[in-house]
Design a protein around this ligand. Sequence first.
Ligand code: ZN
Length: 66
Amino acid sequence: MKKIYKEIDTDFVKPNSDCDACDIEYTCFECEHNQVKEKYPYSYYEGYGVWTKRNKKFIEEQNEKL
Ligand SMILES: [Zn+2]
């Protein structure tokens, strides 16, 4: 059975005024990634704008692959 992970609400993500890739309303992926990881260290990007909460072990395994 496929496990369902809790989706993170990314409404708190804000464009970074110091970033050239961000716009007034648009937040680039790098800035979104940094802000989500700061708030949820054990978050994982599933693709298609979806972030989920994972456990520490899973995230550490992902980081080892990079
Ligand atoms: Zn940016």
